[in-house]
Design a protein around this ligand. Structure first.
Ligand code: GDP
Length: 474
């Protein structure tokens, strides 16, 4: 950190963009960053009651009330907030104008700034500068993006946690230890012919085993991290006409899936999200489980089997009012054996049509050993109980990994897995009494993989893919 705060900030060319959503609102914020932006502000901004005011002479963190003018006259009343390098989000000089939130006002104000010397910012350019100037690391930059896009409380919390740098600190510590082992090995190599061991091979093995363990824990945390950031992948399966689309609509509260009386009309799968309490569920309605001659429908069924395998949670729905309801117990038992108790909830639908549904449900529970929720998807009855059951299943999934730091992004997961492999390779080489050079090589690549995550070692290509996903003004 200390080297970063002392780093000389090279201010880049001035950029400007709207930082709030485009549209009508009470207020909008336009931000500028880069070389000479206080001077650019001075070309357009007049502070009320202080004709001699110059943003260029202003201290940082101070707000000034006044008007913005262009060639034609007054544009709007604004609050100008000045930040002085390095104490700003980008570590460059920054000025933010809070103006009235109309699209035309914003366009005029931005145009005034472009005329005065700014260029329009690229998507993610402010955050990119914050990263390049060492204000935040790559993980924190990504966390800002995830926080903005978070659709559930849990996803938001995880992003905030990452933004605060908890994962970064953990990775930096890991990297430091790898670096020490690696440096000792490389030093040994520098001694050339002489047979020196600066670190006993037993100590090195101990070190690496511990490291491997910690990296693996992070790799494993991705499962839970993904549940939080992407939502719980939930599939609804069952025979045609069981009421799957109806349930989906009830859960989503709107008419999304096509509900029909003809068996086999949900040909493909549809994916929709909803948030219950703190958890986001990603719901997929699959094609009905039924032998079919139709080509398209068969493809749909094939896909639904794949989806079932990938799901975190399986909702098996049957029509409890049908005379043959008991025949499905066999299929449900098979599901139970294949996918396990922790993932499966049986939904006995159309309780409104079966007066003895409670007895049937009890029997189903006994025969299959599964959690069974009785509902009427059409009338919206029993949905609370079902949601409660889904929530407690997820809690159980969550408990599988009570890691304090979670990996939530595919990019981080892949780098960590590569790092774990490299450490494993180093351990095997060590076991085979391989040459120091080979072991050092594996540790060096593990180091690079970990460095890739926080941005210590990073290519332009990775930066572009990350920041291109941001919106303009971030
Ligand atoms: P899917 O093929 O499993 O997606 O089944 P649908 O959701 O298309 O439902 C098939 C039929 O059953 C439709 O006519 C629905 O209105 C009806 N249905 C679904 N749920 C219920 C329910 O709880 N009670 C009753 N009475 N009818 C239902």
């Amino acid at each position: 950190m200390s080297t970063q705060t002392q780093q000389q900030i090279i201010q880049e060319e001035p950029i400007a963009a709207i930082a709030t959503p485009v549209g009508v609102g009470a207020l909008a914020v336009i931000r500028m960053s880069g070389r000479g932006v206080p001077g650019i502000a001075d070309k357009v901004f007049r502070k009320t009651g202080d004709p001699d005011f110059r943003a260029e002479d202003s201290k940082g963190f101070v707000a000034h009330f006044g008007n913005v003018y262009d060639r034609e006259g007054m544009v709007d009343e604004v609050v100008a907030l000045v930040f002085r390098s390095p104490n700003s989000f980008t570590r460059e000089d920054m000025v933010e104008f809070t103006c009235h939130g109309g699209p035309v006002v914003v366009r005029h104000l931005l145009q005034a700034l472009f005329d005065a010397g700014c260029r329009p910012a690229e998507p993610g350019e402010f955050t990119r500068r914050a990263f390049l100037n060492g204000r935040i690391d790559l993980l924190q930059a990504e966390a800002i993006g995830e926080m903005i896009h978070a659709r559930s409380e849990s996803a938001y919390r995880t992003a905030v946690n990452q933004m605060q740098g908890n994962l970064s600190r953990k990775l930096d510590a890991l990297r430091q230890r790898l670096l020490e082992s690696c440096a000792l090995l490389e030093l040994e190599l520098d001694f050339g012919e002489e047979d020196v061991e600066l670190q006993s091979r037993d100590d090195l093995r101990q070190q690496l085993m511990q490291l491997s363990d910690e990296v693996q824990k992070l790799v494993d945390s991705y499962r839970q991290g993904r549940l939080l950031s992407e939502g719980v992948a939930t599939v609804i399966v069952g025979k045609p006409n069981a009421g799957k689309s109806t349930l989906l609509n009830t859960l989503l509260g709107e008419e999304r899936a096509i509900v029909s009386h003809m068996p086999g009309t949900t040909r493909d799968y549809i994916e929709e999200c909803f948030v219950h309490e703190k958890t986001m569920f990603r719901l997929t309605d699959t094609a009905g489980l039924r032998e079919s001659d139709e080509e398209i429908e068969r493809e749909g069924i094939g896909r639904s089997y794949r989806k079932i395998g990938e799901a975190d949670l399986i909702l098996y729905m049957l029509d409890i009012s049908q005379p043959e309801w008991q025949q499905e117990a066999e299929v449900i038992r098979e599901f139970h054996d294949t996918y396990g108790h922790a993932k499966l909830i049986v939904i006995a639908n159309k309780t409104d049509l079966a007066p003895d549904s409670e007895e049937r449900i009890l029997k189903l529970r006994e025969e299959t050993g599964c959690n069974v929720a009785g509902v009427s998807a059409k009338r919206g009855e029993g949905i609370d109980v079902l949601l409660g059951l889904m929530g407690s299943m997820v809690e159980r999934l969550d408990k599988l990994h009570e890691a304090s730091v979670l990996v939530t992004s595919m990019r981080h997961y892949v780098s960590l897995r590569n790092a774990a492999d490299a450490v494993e390779n180093a351990l095997s080489l060590l076991g085979a009494y391989a040459g120091t050079e080979l072991i050092a090589f594996e540790l060096r690549s593990a180091l690079d993989y970990v460095g890739e995550i926080t941005g210590k070692v990073v290519s332009e290509e990775i930066l572009n893919t990350i920041f291109d996903r941001f919106c303009i003004g971030k």
